[in-house]
Each structure stands twice: as structure tokens, then as C-alpha cells.
Write a protein that binds this ligand. Structure first.
Ligand code: ACO
Length: 329
């Protein structure tokens, strides 16, 4: 008999340092009013010099394991979604595995930019549902502050640092995930990218790193369409109507993207979760961080239907519909 899978743990971690919009006013030609009106972002967290994708991911991962009542030794696999690891290799996941002490676990990274967590989550479910693994830790961890051009007002105001993690575990029926959607359109590669080690030699930001380049208006249009289409596909595959969705947890990029998508989907705003006002866009960390805060705020009850949906560089997108089982219990 095929195994069943469910999400049994969740955790997040953000750096202490808060950067407000007012601070950005002193760095580039922008204003708190513009950033709030055009994005909904009020502040973001910025990693300290000791914080890395690994250390932040470990902190979030430990919390997810605590909620799942598991030890690192119980893990069979660790999947990390990130594009901001200190090293191209070894994988961020391998470093995280060692730092956690998860010595039995295999480990690999997923690169799908802001869709990375959804790609990693879908992959984790496939490993558990196939019977290959029993316990998988999925981490989204990003330090975008290190890959921004802090002189470019059209990008530096949008992003922040943070990490979120979940545990996907084999368990009793039913499986909580009802459908999986993943998509890619590499034709949009030039709309949103960061050069790699073998890419162009510069330009570099103040820290000597390649930095993010984005055609904001094009990504904006794509983001709304992708959020709507991926959500609709996930619902159709799960045989659910939008009226049955108790909470939609979208990638936290811009409140205008989220509200436009919600309007097109005809889901009322009180059933759409947003926390981007306090964190900005944390890329692969944004959906697990939002999920954690939705749970902590009591927004999810056992038996609720939820949809996690993301989009990002690639261009890429993905969604997962779930029948919330309330964790391990
Ligand atoms: N402060 C003040 N003015 C600004 C700022 C700023 N921070 N940024 C841009 N402007 C100006 C522009 O220069 C422009 O001025 P102009 O009319 O004199 O040329 C004006 O504001 C309007 O610019 P637009 O780009 O049209 O502004 P818009 O309202 O579309 O908002 C934004 C720009 C917020 C970037 C929007 O396009 C957006 O959210 N795009 C999607 C971003 C996104 O989701 N990215 C993440 C993808 S996920 C991943 O994988 C990383």
C-alpha cells in the first residue's frame, strides 16, 4: 500500500535587525509613502554579519523539528530552497545537515528563486509518497540583502532576509496534500536574474557580489497571472472550488500582486494571508514564514483547505492545495 504523507512541523527564523522604509529614504531617492503605496512593505529584516543561509535555515529547521517532535537523527532527507548560499557547492543543504547533526539524512538544494519552497515541498511529498523517505525537512532560507544593488531603488526596497521550514512525514491516512502544480517558462530568464560564478564579470554591488536585476513591470504582470493560474490548476486537480478555500497563502512579494490575484480568483481578502508589511519579499522563505505566522495566529484550523502558491525567477511558479491535518496529532 502506498504511504501517506502530512506536514507535521513548521518553524521560522528572522534576523533581529529591522530596516525601515525611513532608513531607505536616506540611501536612495524613495519615500516611505511610495514603498507602502506601491508594495505594502513597511520594513524588512537584514542578516547580521554572522548570519548566513545555513545558520538561518538551521534555526528555522530546529523549530520545525521541535513542533514535529523529531530529532535531527530522524530525518532521511533535507531539501533546501535558496539562491543565496555562501557557496555554490557544497549544497546549502549539506552544510545545514551537518550543522543540525542530521547524520542519516541525504541533502540537496533546489534553485527556483521565489518558487523554490513550493518546488522543494512538492519534491518532499514525492519522496514520502513513493515510500523512498519517511521524514523530510524542507527549508527556504534567503539572504537577499547580499545580492541587492543598494543604489537601485526599484529593487532594494522590495526584499528582506529570513528562513522558514516544514517537516513532511509518512503517517496515517489521509495525505494532507491534495494536488501539486509546478511550471516553468525559461523564455522569461532575462526579466529577473542574478549572474552566477560563470556569468559576466560584474557589475558587482558594494559587497563585491553579483546583484539582482529585474524588469519590475513585466514580472508584476507575470506574477498576477501565475498566481491565479497555478491556484486554479491546484484547485481543479484537488476538485475544490475557490469558495472552499479557507486560506490562501501566496508568495509575499507585493500586496498589489496579491490583491489583484485574489480579486481575479474571487476570494475575499480576509481569506488571503499577508505578512509582507513586516518582512518584504524573502523569496524562498516567504511562503513557509507566512504559513508559520498563519498557524501561530490561529488562522488555520484542522480540516481547513489551504493553498500555498508561489512565483519567481525562471520564470517559475507552483502551488500545493492541502487539507490541513493540524500537524502530527
Ligand atoms: N521609490 C520611488 N520611486 C520609485 C521606486 C522607489 N523605490 N522604484 C521605482 N520608482 C519610480 C520609477 O522610477 C518610475 O518613475 P518614472 O515614472 O519617473 O519612470 C515610477 O516609480 C513607477 O515605476 P514602476 O516600475 O511603474 O512602478 P510600479 O508601480 O510598477 O512598482 C514594482 C514597481 C514595485 C517593482 C512593481 O513593478 C513590482 O512589484 N514588480 C514585481 C516585483 C516582484 O514581485 N519581484 C519578485 C519576483 S520573485 C523572485 O523570484 C525574486
Amino acid at each position: 500500500m502506498a504511504p501517506y504523507a502530512r506536514l507535521t512541523g513548521w518553524g521560522m527564523w528572522v534576523p533581529e535587525r529591522v530596516m525601515t522604509n525611513q532608513e531607505l529614504e536616506a540611501m536612495v531617492d524613495t519615500s516611505d509613502a511610495w514603498i507602502r503605496r506601491r508594495t505594502g512593505i513597511g520594513e524588512r529584516r537584514i542578516a547580521g554579519s554572522q548570519d548566513t543561509a545555513v545558520t538561518m535555515g538551521v534555526a528555522a529547521g530546529r523549530r520545525a523539528l521541535e513542533v514535529a517532535a523529531l530529532s535531527p537523527q530522524d530525518l532521511d532527507l533535507i531539501i533546501v530552497a535558496t539562491v543565496t548560499s555562501e557557496r555554490i557547492f557544497p549544497a546549502c543543504a549539506s552544510q545545514l545537515q551537518h550543522a543540525l547533526g542530521a547524520s542519516r539524512a541525504a541533502a540537496f538544494d533546489v534553485n527556483a528563486a521565489c518558487s523554490g519552497f513550493i518546488y522543494a515541498l512538492v519534491t518532499a511529498y514525492q519522496f514520502v509518497l513513493s515510500g523512498t523517505c519517511r521524514r523530510v525537512l524542507v527549508v527556504g532560507t534567503e539572504v537577499y540583502s547580499r545580492i541587492l544593488n543598494w543604489q537601485d531603488r526599484s529593487t532594494c526596497v522590495l526584499f528582506g532576509d529570513g528562513a522558514g521550514a516544514v517537516v513532511v512525514e509518512a503517517g496515517p491516512p489521509p495525505t494532507d496534500a491534495l494536488s501539486f502544480v509546478l511550471g516553468s517558462d525559461g523564455a522569461g530568464a532575462d526579466l529577473l536574474y542574478v549572474p552566477g560564478l560563470c556569468g559576466a564579470a560584474g557589475p558587482f554591488n558594494q559587497d563585491g557580489h553579483h546583484y539582482l536585476t529585474m524588469v519590475g513591470a513585466e514580472v508584476f504582470k507575470f506574477a498576477i497571472a501565475a498566481t491565479v493560474a497555478a491556484t486554479q490548476q491546484a484547485l481543479a486537480a484537488a476538485q475544490l472550488d475557490i469558495s472552499q478555500v479557507d486560506i490562501l497563502i501566496p508568495h509575499q512579494a507585493n500586496y498589489r500582486i496579491i490583491t489583484a490575484a485574489a480579486r481575479a480568483l474571487e476570494i475575499p481578502s480576509e481569506r488571503v494571508f499577508m505578512n509582507l508589511e513586516r518582512y518584504g519579499n524573502t523569496s524562498a522563505a516567504s511562503i513557509p514564514m507566512a504559513l508559520c505566522e498563519a498557524i501561530d495566529q490561529g488562522r488555520l484550523k484542522k480540516g481547513d483547505h489551504l493553498v500555498l502558491v508561489g512565483f519567481g525567477g525562471g520564470l517559475s511558479w507552483g502551488a500545493v492545495a492541502l487539507h490541513w491535518a493540524g500537524g502530527r496529532n
